[in-house]
Design a protein around this ligand. Structure first.
Ligand SMILES: [Zn+2]
Length: 478
């Protein structure tokens, strides 16, 4: 009886006398439960400092919380902040400012966390990570691999070069000492056996690990060594080849060259083999980051004219110059090579639904940054999600890849990956329902980053500032 009375009293008052104070509240919003892929209408979400403090039916939350700022969310949709799990910063020390200017582009696009997969400015990026965390630099939460491990004299700069097991041990000790968020390993000159050794040592040191798997190793060997995620579809594709072990051995022994290996992979891809390999990935909790956007963009450079892309206005001249590498490579291709590239992209994209069906967690990541032509930081994530749906995921699955997969990979679902009390106040308010049309992730009305609300005008301000900076750099170049 007493409870009923209290309930009636509370219902009669807009805000209960004992209401707690929140910094912000979004009312009457349709909340997207990204774990279940369902929409929950007429909810209210309140946050205080960097934490979500209340989520529930609008009337109940509004009664219990008095907020300094109230946002009308009627007709709008709320999702957790987006994660781009594969980005890069780099291009040399002279491009530090141009790289720094990319940070705001992520936030303006609803991305509240990025995973930096290493470039040639590892110390700079680790410094930014700290500045962003302390609030002295504006940007999305930044997680970084620091310097990646490579072989001796690799094509990449800013790496930890390893030529022996002792070198690997020292490199892993260094990574632990600087406090990287995970370890990235690439293989331009790295010995394939040392790659496997490095993966296992990183795991033994308690670090997650990802990288480019040497073609001499099988994907199963990398999985057994303990790799935590596979970047780029090419490796998942190779895992689906019937004779992968023989091909890897032939390539290692020099019996076949790289073009022959590629041809054999195309010829040997087998759906049953692939499904067995992908079920193995799922069982061992190895996630896959397809990075379809960059594969598609580079495969179709012959056909797509990017010279008028509006996003170019956000990319500094030095970074734009790093695009030339891929553009020139594409321009020198023969018609047969161009056709092969188009077909190859379709082959890669076609395995996306197989991975999903096998239970592999698919991670949204773009490979945006430097070198990767027309793969625009911030904007590209929405393109990636669009490709995920085009090639067979549901919009809900695509949304989960950009909100749940990242936190799951880092073991941070207690703090991220949902809109719920106790979670970080990283939120994106959309004008349209992303479960109906994934392109709705671009219809951003507001971003809340660690409790700081940025409305549409503030987001447009970030974009305008970025364009102004780039325009000034362009002018200085001329
Ligand atoms: Zn990359």
């Amino acid at each position: 009886m007493k409870r009923v009375l209290l309930g009636l009293l509370a219902a009669a008052l807009p805000v209960a006398a004992h209401a707690a104070t929140a910094d912000g509240i979004i009312r009457h919003v349709t909340l997207i439960d990204v774990a279940q892929g369902r929409a929950l209408p007429n909810r209210a979400v309140a946050w205080r400092g960097g934490d979500v403090v209340a989520v529930g039916p609008d009337a109940a939350v509004a009664r219990a919380w008095r907020a300094k700022r109230s946002v009308e969310g009627k007709g709008k949709f709320l999702i957790p902040g987006l994660w781009d799990m594969h980005v890069h910063f780099g291009g040399g020390p002279e491009l530090i400012e141009e790289n720094k200017a990319l940070l705001a582009l992520y936030v303006a696009n609803g991305i509240t966390t990025i995973r930096d997969c290493s470039g040639d400015l590892p110390d700079q990026v680790l410094a930014w990570r700290g500045e962003i965390a302390r609030g002295t630099l504006f940007g999305p939460r930044l997680l970084s691999s620091g310097a990646k491990l490579e072989g001796i004299k690799p094509i990449w700069k800013g790496t930890l070069e390893v030529g022996s097991k002792a070198d690997v041990d020292a490199a892993i000790a260094h990574e632990r000492q600087v406090g990287v968020d995970f370890v990235k390993i690439t293989d331009s000159t790295l010995d394939p056996r040392l790659f496997l050794y490095a993966v296992s040592k990183a795991r033994q040191a308690g670090l997650r690990v990802s990288g480019h798997i040497p073609m001499q190793d099988t994907i199963a060997e990398a999985v057994d060594a303990g790799i935590s995620s596979i970047e780029h579809m090419d490796y998942a594709y190779k895992a689906g080849v019937k004779d992968e072990a023989r091909l890897s051995a032939d390539f290692a022994a020099g019996r076949i060259d790289r073009p022959k290996l590629s041809a054999e992979i195309d010829a040997g891809f087998d759906r049953e083999t692939a499904m067995a390999a992908y079920r193995n990935l799922a069982a061992k909790h190895v996630f896959v980051t397809p990075t379809l956007t960059i594969s598609r963009t580079t495969a179709f450079l012959d056909r797509d004219d990017h010279s008028h892309d509006p996003e170019l206005a956000y990319i500094g001249p030095g970074l734009r110059k790093t695009y030339d590498w891929r553009i020139q490579r594409a321009a020198s291709a023969t018609p047969a090579e161009v056709a092969a590239r188009h077909a190859h992209f379709e082959h890669l994209a076609a395995i996306l639904p197989l991975l999903q069906k096998a239970g592999v967690t698919i991670i949204a990541g773009t490979d945006a940054g430097f070198l990767n032509s027309f793969d625009y930081p911030g904007f590209a994530l929405h393109q990636e999600l669009g490709l995920f749906v085009k090639y067979g995921l549901t919009p809900g699955q695509a949304l989960a890849s950009a909100t749940r997969a990242g936190p799951a990979w880092f073991g941070q679902l207690d703090r991220y990956g949902a809109v719920a009390p106790g979670k970080s106040a990283d939120l994106v308010l959309l004008d349209r329902n992303p479960l109906q049309d994934i392109a709705a992730t671009k219809a951003i009305r507001m971003v809340v980053l660690k409790g700081k609300a940025l409305d549409r005008a503030a987001l447009d301000g970030l974009l305008a500032d970025a364009r102004t900076k780039v325009a000034a750099w362009n002018k200085a170049q001329r």
